[in-house]
Design a protein around this ligand. Sequence first.
Ligand code: PEP
Ligand code: MG
Length: 324
Amino acid sequence: ERRELNRLRREPSRTLDGVDIKLWANAESRDDVTEAHALGAAGVGLYRTEFLFMGSSELPDEDTQFRAYRDAVIGMTGRTVTIRTLDLGADKADKTGLALRDEPNPALGLRGVRLSLAREGLLHTQLRAMARASGYGPLRALVPMVSGFEEMRTVRSALDAVLFELRSEGFEVADHVPLGAMIEVPSAAIALPDFIGLCDFLSIGTNDLVQYLLAADRTNEALGELYSPLHPAVLRVLRDVVRVANRRGKPVAVCGEIAGDPMFTPLLLALGIGELSLHPATMLEVRRAVRACDLSALRAAAPALFRARERAGIEAWLKAHSAH
Ligand code: PEP
Ligand code: MG
């Protein structure tokens, strides 16, 4: 089975009916980038920058960040690297002192873009490092925990300013650094039509989106199946986000854990999702699942998904359309 999977390193992520599904890699370290490249990932769809900040009490300066981002871009040899701005908060082990301590509700607190905007210089330095790395190959910037229009407008103007600044300092930067929003806060999913014009692409963070839609802590095991993407409300929100994105011609990926679980592949394809970003560890299994999917049949079966009122109905759909 390992041999069979390994053969898929060089095969396209193409459905039975000939549609290419973009499989991006999630990366949290330099090794993940190397692995992503070897697995034939379309690019890095989510480069989590937290690891640069969580190792020590010292903040990584612009050059340190630049070198990490540049190395990822060079490592992917022309395939796009999507770098997410810092998603730190009291929910992560933070030695930098950037995050607040002892927030009563860390998941609802000062994390992600909120923290980046609250700490002087943090976003500016990180965007400069990214923009400088964009001179070495295709790079996109992704913003976590966006709740709506204002944050996206603020980050977009910060990025424009940084590009202007770097050019006037004589740095070679890309003509265009695409900017995207993570869709993981329910308000962002609902208000998406208001600010999608500010986005070049979207990435749906189902780990947090499920947590916030269902008011179910993603780390609390006592909640059991209450924390589940197979809730009718979650599926409807995913469907609606994909519709808005498709109508506006903006690429949209799913980058939460479900993207890396082959059990969910037929479901995500049925919803109209054409891009997944997942940890390299399960890339080949998901590619195999994609190659076993008949996209037009799944799309035709999608309405039945939305008639289910309980998880059992959605699980039955999954079972009926599973690739195995
Ligand atoms: C998510 O929320 O789905 C996501 C990909 O981001 P993280 O897991 O880093 O919060
Ligand atoms: Mg998240």
